[in-house]
Design a binder for this molecule. Structure first.
Ligand code: ADP
Length: 511
């Protein structure tokens, strides 16, 4: 296997003496060099084709309006693979100005390539020494020249791309070597070298992506079929897995957010639905309590009605007398009016309590609301022989809430206390209290002197349908809890140390 012109000449000269009868496979030999050798017997190989015309074509592609070509390389007689370029100069460079730096010392080359005219390009055929006794590979020289050059450099082999060449029609050593290897295998398999025609390997347009960026050359400027090498990987190519992981994470996150938004939407719908149901159930519960309270309500109405009747009869009798005392009749009429208003107030309260209203929070004074509820209950309490007390905190207790529903909680708790004490012979007492708790909440308690709640039931009294009464529905406390939760508060039951149950709830204070 002879690589290059020198090796092939050497092998042919000494073959008869050293390796008689051994066939020779060559590579990296230009067609013009092979011609010069005549037609040696038992020899085959890979001939390359790489013309100066190709190099000029590449120069025109990377330098629009090219008018000057700069030749850089060792003197043509010391060249091997590109020696034939020297002969091609007149034909290939027709119409162009040629700056010929061939055979110059490295220092001179570097000086000259630093100040080349605008529309010029360098064609590099290989420098192997600095001309002052230092020798190095052509790629090393190439780097030194590229460092100084102010114009792009056209090269003839793939290996020179990385050294700083912008590109050109290039030979690819690895592929040429592989072709030569295949020829050698055919010979080892029994074919005669002399019968295998040499493989012709034509230079292909290859370009250096980094230099293209530097000289502002785009892929569309290049000859058809050009391969672009040394392309810097894009961010995505370089951090492929990381990028994919980031994208996947973002994607998942977006999906999760969408899912949560959807969930929140569903939850809001469900909450609205639950509030509606609660309002309906609460309405049923209010009707039930009103039913339980109906006898005392009737009593409360009967009282003013009775005194209206008595007053009317008195006034009638007075009018029948000779000298009716008009001033007294006036007072009697005023009494009738007051009693009528009292009865009207009972009906108004009952009506507002029984209206079916959706949950509506507004600024209210809790003391006032609870006071009204206790008034509503007072008749029932005296009918059942129960002492009902209310101790409110001084001043107003401003909270945001639904007055009807909060009154309903109080009513449910007080009626439960009254029920619990039904079996007591005496000492039936219910005490309601409101007090400021810290600065941000208010605590309301309803305590009684009844039997209390068995400790194992304390946790269950708020469960829906938990009841220990014959006629009980077991929804009063469950509704009370739902109402308090809807007001962002909490409610619980406990037994007092001195006996009796106490129900407490806490609500947030308004602004
Ligand atoms: P109901 O009054 O229809 O039974 P509630 O939910 O209002 O439904 O009450 C549930 C149960 O809690 C009652 O049956 C009773 O056993 C218990 N309870 C409620 N309040 C008291 C109280 N003040 N003292 C003792 N037990 C009580």
């Amino acid at each position: 296997m002879a690589n290059g012109e020198g090796a092939l000449e050497h092998a042919l000269r000494w073959r008869e003496e050293l390796w008689p009868g051994v066939p020779v496979v060559f590579a990296m030999l230009d067609a013009t060099q092979l011609e010069k050798l005549g037609q040696p017997a038992d020899v085959t190989g890979v001939v390359t084709k790489n013309s100066l015309t190709g190099a000029i074509k590449a120069a025109r592609a990377v330098m629009p309006g090219l008018d000057t070509i700069v030749l850089v390389g060792d003197s043509w007689d010391r060249q091997a693979l590109f020696r034939h370029w020297g002969m091609e100069i007149p034909a290939a460079t027709a119409g162009l100005t040629v700056i010929d730096l061939v055979g110059q010392k490295m220092s001179e080359i570097r000086k000259r390539v630093a100040e080349l005219p605008e529309r010029s390009a360098i064609v590099y055929s290989g420098v192997f020494s600095d001309g002052e006794g230092t020798y190095y590979p052509a790629a090393t020289a190439m780097e030194m020249i590229a460092e100084a050059a102010n114009r792009p450099i056209i090269v003839g082999t793939e290996a020179l791309l990385a050294a700083g060449g912008i590109g050109g029609y290039g030979l690819i050593a690895a592929e040429i070597g592989a072709d030569a290897g295949r020829l050698a295998l055919r010979i080892l398999d029994g074919e005669q070298a002399g019968e295998i025609a040499p493989v012709v390997w034509e230079a292909r347009p290859l370009f250096n992506w980094k230099q293209m960026q530097r000289w502002n050359v785009s892929a569309s400027d290049l000859p058809e079929g050009s391969e672009i090498r040394l392309r810097e990987p894009t961010f995505f190519e370089r951090y492929r897995w990381q990028s994919m992981a980031i994208f996947a994470t973002l994607f998942l996150q977006a999906g999760l957010i969408a899912f949560l938004l959807h969930e929140r939407h569903l939850r809001r719908d469900a909450e609205a639905e639950a509030r509606k149901r609660m309002s309906e159930l609460a309405h049923v519960n209010r009707q039930t309590t009103a039913g339980e309270l109906s006898s005392s309500i009737a009593h409360e109405l009967n009282q003013p009605l009775g005194s209206i009747l008595a007053n009317a009869e008195t006034a009638e009798m007075m009018l029948k007398s000779e000298n009716p005392d008009l001033a007294e009749i006036g007072e009697i009429l005023a009494d009738i009016k007051r009693d009528d208003q009292r009865a009207g107030e009972v009906i108004r309260r009952l009506r507002s309590y029984l209206t079916r209203t959706p949950f509506e929070a507004k600024e209210i004074d809790l003391n006032l609301i609870i006071g009204e509820a206790f008034k509503f209950l007072s008749m029932q309490a005296s009918a059942r022989n129960i002492a009902l007390y209310l101790q409110t905190s001084p001043g107003e207790l401003r909270i945001r809430g639904d007055p009807v529903q909060l009154q309903q909680v109080i009513l449910n708790l007080v009626v439960n206390s009254m029920d619990a004490m039904a079996g007591l012979p005496y000492g039936r007492t219910v005490i309601g209290r409101t007090e400021l708790n810290g600065g941000s909440t208010v605590e309301i308690s309803i305590s009684d002197s009844g039997p209390g709640i068995p400790p194992d039931k304390l946790a269950h009294v708020f469960d829906p349908f938990f009841t220990t009464k014959h006629q009980g529905m077991g929804i009063g406390l469950s509704i009370a809890r739902t109402i308090i939760l809807a007001h962002k508060g909490r409610i619980w039951a406990e037994n007092q140390t001195g006996g009796g149950a106490a129900f407490r709830f806490i609500l947030p204070l308004g602004a």
